[in-house]
Design a protein around this ligand. Structure first.
Ligand SMILES: Cc1cc2nc3c(=O)[nH]c(=O)nc-3n(C[C@H](O)[C@H](O)[C@H](O)COP(=O)(O)OP(=O)(O)OC[C@H]3O[C@@H](n4cnc5c(N)ncnc54)[C@H](O)[C@@H]3O)c2cc1C
Length: 321
């Protein structure tokens, strides 16, 4: 059997989340004595053979300009064809936006059991049991997958990327790429240098900032930390910040290594999108703010005093004037 891993990319560059999925799929293959193989759709600027360092033996490359723009329905058809032709019994995706839209469709086509949001390697000692997050990260479920073909999406930042030696063989894969009926007419990129869903560090602010004119200090802190910017929902609703920065239950779900929340109360709907962050730092002037219960580090005080001091301290530490 083979484990097929979808390698997702943006502007020709592989997403960090895909490397996590690659390592995860390769580890499962090692665990079950199978072969790990990757699949890339469209053009990539990176050396495909180098993915061998993450444990995959082969990369199936579907080189077709029609695949350079992500389209869930077309991608589903191509990945399902590849899974059938390669005899893959497990298909692994990242649980990012593209994985979330393609994996369930692939599962339906292949009549496969789907586990979305896995957080650990499956227990294959007696069956195939996958640990996943449920109830917005408040609990875990252990799901037994009993179908012959299985599909897993791996939560972002749940599995460490590790690399070694090795080159993968590049195997051109010819797929029937018919139009899904959806045509990408144009696309516009969100501003910001760091992609929120891929960021290691996120600096986020809420209504405690009082108004959009006060975001300069938040941006400065994010800049010195090389962080992405985020915000609470009311901030985006009030057009203080763009909606693509809104995190939470109805916004983007993130899992950075460090999440700094400034002037955010920590409502359950906000926490639902950020509580998988590895370390949470909360800055709030109200010592009773609910966010402190979820925080690893908390600073009780006025953001307008603390944030500039924090920025100054980080600059000093990094030797930035
Ligand atoms: C169905 C539904 C879905 C929702 N989805 C989301 C979602 O996805 N994301 C989301 O964020 N919200 C969501 N919400 C809204 C959520 O319930 C909260 O209302 C929202 O998160 C509050 O935003 P906030 O913390 O910025 O503002 P507030 O609740 O007003 O909190 C502001 C905080 O700033 C602190 N503060 C004030 N001044 C300062 C200062 N000078 N220095 C430091 N701290 C200060 C205050 O003590 C307070 O804790 C949703 C609500 C519903 C009903």
């Amino acid at each position: 059997m083979s484990v097929l891993i979808f390698i997702d990319h943006i502007d020709g560059h592989v997403k960090k989340a895909s490397l996590e999925a690659l390592c995860y799929g390769a580890k499962i293959a090692e665990q079950t004595g199978d072969v790990a193989e990757g699949i890339v759709l469209g053009s990539l600027t990176e050396d495909l053979a180098a993915f061998g360092q993450y444990g995959v033996k082969k990369i199936h490359h579907v080189q077709n300009d029609a695949l350079n723009n992500f389209d869930a329905q077309t991608y589903t058809k191509v990945i399902a064809q590849a899974a059938e032709q390669t005899g893959a019994k497990l298909i692994v995706f990242s649980n990012n936006s593209s994985g979330k839209s393609v994996a369930p469709r692939v599962a339906v086509r292949l009549k496969a059991g789907l586990v979305s949001g896995a957080v650990a390697l499956p227990d294959t000692s007696n069956g195939f049991i996958v640990k996943k997050n449920v109830f917005s990260g408040k609990a875990f479920a252990h799901v037994a997958v009993k179908t012959d073909v299985k599909v897993i999406t791996l939560n972002v930042n749940s599995f460490t990327i590790s690399s070694g030696e090795g080159k993968a063989d590049i195997v051109p894969f010819t797929a029937t790429v018919d139009s899904s009926g959806i045509k990408v007419v144009s696309s516009s990129k969100t501003s910001g240098t760091v992609l929120l869903t891929e960021a290691d560090v996120v600096v986020s602010a809420g209504r405690g900032l009082k108004g959009p004119e006060n975001w300069g200090m938040v941006e400065e802190l994010a800049n010195v930390l090389g962080a992405a910017l985020a915000c609470s929902r009311p901030v985006a609703d009030a057009h203080w910040r763009p909606h693509n920065e809104h995190v939470g239950q109805t916004g983007v779900a993130i899992a950075p290594n460090l999440y700094i929340a400034i002037g955010i109360s920590g409502a359950i709907q906000h926490l639902a999108g950020v509580n998988r962050s590895k370390v949470i730092v909360v800055i709030n002037k109200d010592a009773e703010a609910p966010f402190f219960k979820a925080a690893d580090y908390g600073i009780v005080g006025d953001a307008f005093e603390i944030v500039p001091k924090l920025t100054k301290a980080v600059k000093k530490l990094k030797g930035i004037a």
